[in-house]
Write a protein that binds this ligand. Structure first.
Ligand code: FES
Length: 87
């Protein structure tokens, strides 16, 4: 069983619980103050991104989520042949 649980809430945030870390693009880790669960904004309206501040309720964010199977990933593209220099 996974040690991290991610729950995508309908009309709301993404809840992450368990053993995880959240980093910025440069790999700097957010300090979570000892929390073992946080909610990330999915609506784009939080004033505390990437965390949810409840603004999704004020803006009426709607997105129903039901778990589903994804199709298999596309196969990797074949290598592009390199043309020899002309001349
Ligand atoms: S999902 Fe909660 S503020 Fe965006």
């Amino acid at each position: 069983m996974a040690t991290t649980k991610i729950t995508v809430k309908s009309n709301g945030s993404i809840r992450i619980e368990g053993d995880f870390e959240i980093c910025d693009l440069e790999g700097r880790v957010f300090g979570l103050g000892g929390r073992t669960g946080v909610s990330l904004c999915r609506c784009g309206h939080s004033k505390d991104k990437p965390f949810c501040d409840g603004s999704h309720k004020l803006v009426g964010f709607q997105s129903d989520i039901v778990a589903r199977e994804l199709p298999p990933p596309a196969p990797p593209a074949p290598p592009v042949p390199i043309k020899p220099p002309v001349g």
